[in-house]
Design a binder for this molecule. Structure first.
Ligand code: ADP
Ligand code: ZN
Ligand code: ZN
Length: 726
């Protein structure tokens, strides 16, 4: 009898699969297997079952165990293989990274069922056996309402015995805890869709069962989310149908999840994001892959969730940079979703008020359907008026222009809210010596330390290094060091002294650490307990603030002149988004932007709220420079403790690339803006091609050459396909 060979993908940085002999396990493609690899036990995924191997029989090791559950079906393999090829990343590693942590462990994937218990009838403590104190305590707790296993276990280690006793008495009810939480139906009436919304929905539903990419370009508050909900209502009504909804950062958009839950309550919904426990994540994954969950809302990684009946993919805020993975396999979830939709012949709907130029370009070329929502959905809701405050002419005091302070004072007296947007957390970006101009550097990075005054510390926002604020200048001994520049904590302090009567809340990663904190804060904004909000981009995303009528943008001039070619695209979309927070209800909003360059094109377009005109200008520039989206980039990044090694490696790489292809432009190696990060000297090499095909052809020959370079082991290097930042 011939031996069964299992070809297995493992989490090792080698671009190949590994053969093992199967002795008696019932193996299926897509199941997980345990093998020994270089003396370690690893979990892998069976990619192929064969009866022959290139490895000689006596060298072939036996597989140690095979689990029953199939984690990937043929369609997921196809998607993962595409990714491994396109991003030039080992298939085994791509597969393992797509799995929830629990499935990467050498254990069967059982989520132990867990229950919530409650009493079905009143139990009199006096009727219970006298000496069973644990039972009595548990009954006391359950009399106040239902309790989870964790809550009961906190009472006593022998809680299970008590539960069994109560079951025997017939007065206990248990309900299984599931990740796919039952949703509560909304009591509020559904809005009547306006004509634009109806037209959009009709278009998408007219091509339900073919591959069709759509860009839904709709200004903030135009009712895009409402459109998603209505499309899902129709499409999910079909038997078994599932939908995948990608969102940038679920913690920042609690409102979206809540709206989906209340409006689509008939469809079990699972979420997948980094704020879940591993057990919850496994449950969500299993609910999705079994088909039980009809809607999966998740962040970029959830694009790899197995969903057997996937009928549509939606990407909210498709322009958001967080869809790009920045380590491991550097995929872009939007591009992977696009490929997935294509492979499955299903529609994909991407929504944004400021689409990425990549998407805009293809919509303009009619490769994507372009759907527009031009007006705000709520009756009478007007677009905010956007003005620039020329701080060259009217200087600021403590970072704030008197014009802006006056506008805030008016809002306070009318009981309306203001928001100050400053995309820099901490107290001040620099600690400075007035005598010798010294500024506090990070010892490990080419960056300055940010002052966090309330903790009396300085922190590097790039590597996490922190230290105490020195009592004197380390260079000249001057004791008179001062924080220079504005960041959110300082702004909050300034506002508190300007408006002592106002309630001020700061929203940034230091003050708001999780979804619950953000939800609590947002509800305070809603019931008007808060008058002034200060915050970073955390505030810009998707929140609906009906009483907010003033938005101030404090300092954007650094971003205006960033060397990154995507900086102005990002800034524009950020400012449009934060402007969109003002005047969502009946009161018109006002946006004031403090800048030294009020005449800049970006502000002209912003004042006119004309994304299209600005996008077209930027596209012309990109075309002229042959930058993406009119061309394709790949970037080789390398780092080592000495730059010479980096340069040698990159020079050789450049030479090799030039020899492989004449159709790809190979730039000279460069140091990135952040030359040193975490004590590593960094360099990069940019490749540019007119087509993805040209680029991929080169990469296929080039990658093995890079791996074979002698220096390759002495430094860390990665290839970033379609890099977002240069
Ligand atoms: P977007 O996702 O484009 O920012 P939303 O879907 O959140 O827009 O809609 C903005 C606001 O308008 C929400 O409060 C929503 O309930 C409301 N809304 C959406 N569509 C309509 C409609 N047709 N009629 C009235 N209100 C609507
Ligand atoms: Zn000094
Ligand atoms: Zn640092």
């Amino acid at each position: 009898m011939s031996l069964q060979i299992l070809r297995i993908g493992l989490d090792v940085p080698l671009n190949r699969l590994f053969d093992y002999a199967n002795d008696g396990f019932n193996a299926k493609v897509g199941a997980r297997a345990v093998v020994s690899f270089s003396g370690r036990k690893l979990v892998g995924v069976i990619v192929e079952i064969s009866d022959s191997s290139d490895v000689s029989r006596d060298k072939l090791k036996p597989v140690e165990h095979v689990f029953d559950d199939v984690v990937f079906d043929a369609r997921m393999f196809k998607l993962l293989s595409f990714c491994a090829n396109y991003y030039h990343y080992p298939l085994g590693q791509a597969m393992i990274a797509a799995l929830p942590l629990r499935l990467r462990q050498i254990k069967p994937a059982v989520t132990r069922k867990s229950f919530i218990y409650s009493l079905t009838q009143v139990v009199d403590i006096n009727d219970l056996p006298k000496r069973q104190l644990v039972l009595q305590r548990i009954v006391e707790v359950l009399q106040q309402g239902s309790a989870t296993e964790a809550q009961l276990a906190a009472i006593s280690g022998s809680w299970r015995k008590a539960i069994i006793k109560l079951k025997e008495m017939g007065c206990l009810q248990q309900e299984e805890v599931i990740a796919v939480k039952p949703s509560i139906k909304s009591s509020s009436a559904e809005p009547t869709l306006n004509q634009e919304q109806q037209a959009v929905i009709k278009s998408v539903l007219s091509e339900q069962s073919t591959f069709k990419p759509w860009l839904l370009y709709g200004i903030t508050g135009s009712g895009k989310t409402e459109v998603y909900i209505q499309i899902l209502k129709t499409m999910l009504a079909e038997k078994d149908a599932q939908a995948l909804v990608l969102v940038p950062e679920i913690n920042l958009t609690p409102q979206l999840e809540a709206r989906f839950r209340s409006r689509l309550s008939e469809y079990p919904l699972a979420t997948l994001h980094s704020n879940l426990t591993e057990s919850e994540r496994l449950q969500s994954w299993q609910a999705a892959s079994s088909g039980d969950a009809k809607i999966v809302i998740g962040t970029r990684l959830s694009v790899f969730t197995a969903m057997p009946h996937l009928k549509i993919i939606m990407i909210d805020e498709e322009h958001d940079g967080s869809y790009k993975q920045q380590d491991g396999m550097r995929y872009h979830a939007r591009d992977v979703a696009m490929m997935r939709a294509k492979q499955l012949s299903i529609p994909i709907l991407m929504g944004s008020a400021t689409p990425s130029l990549e998407t805009w370009y293809l919509a303009k070329k009619q490769q994507y359907g372009l759907l527009r929502l031009k007006a705000r959905a709520v009756d009478n809701a007007q677009l905010p008026k956007i003005h620039c405050i020329d701080i060259g002419k009217s200087p600021t005091e403590n970072g704030l222009s008197p014009i802006f302070i006056k506008a805030m004072r008016e809002r306070l007296s009318r009981g309306e809210q203001s928001l100050l947007f400053l995309n820099r957390r901490g107290y001040a970006p620099v600690m400075h010596c007035n005598a010798c101009q010294w500024t506090a550097p990070c010892m490990r990075c080419s960056a300055r330390l940010v002052v966090h005054l309330n903790q009396k510390r300085m922190k590097c926002h790039h590597c996490g290094h922190e230290q105490r604020i020195p009592i004197q200048c380390p260079d000249c001994g001057n004791p008179d060091l001062s924080p220079v520049g504005q960041a959110t904590q300082r702004l909050e302090q300034t506002l508190a002294s300007l408006f002592p009567e106002a309630n001020i809340a700061r929203v940034d990663r230091d003050s708001v650490r999780n979804k619950n904190a953000l939800t609590a804060l947002l509800s305070k904004v809603h019931d008007k307990t808060i008058d002034i909000l200060v915050g970073t981009q955390m505030l810009a995303k998707g929140h609906d603030f009906p009483h907010l009528t003033l938005v101030g943008v404090i300092d954007t001039d650094t971003a205006l002149f960033s060397p990154d070619f995507r900086a102005s695209e990002r800034l524009f979309s950020q400012l449009m988004q934060v402007s969109g927070r003002a005047g969502r209800a009946a009161i018109a909003g006002e946006v004031l932007i403090q800048t030294t360059f009020p005449q800049h094109d970006l502000f002209t377009a912003l004042r006119a709220q004309d994304y299209e005109a600005y996008a077209d200008t930027l596209l012309d520039e990109r075309q002229a420079m042959q930058f993406p989206p009119t061309s394709y980039f790949a970037m080789l990044k390398a780092e080592a403790s000495t730059y010479t090694h980096v340069l040698q490696f990159l020079n050789k790489a450049a030479q090799q690339a030039r020899e492989i292809s004449k159709d790809v432009m190979v730039y000279d190696p460069l140091r990135p803006q952040m030359e040193r990060l975490k004590s590593m000297e960094r360099g990069q090499l940019l490749l540019q091609a007119e087509t993805r095909k040209d680029l991929q052809q080169l990469l296929r020959v080039w990658m093995p050459q890079l791996r074979a370079q002698k220096l390759a082991n002495k430094l860390r290097w990665v290839l970033d396909i379609d890099p977002l930042e240069l």
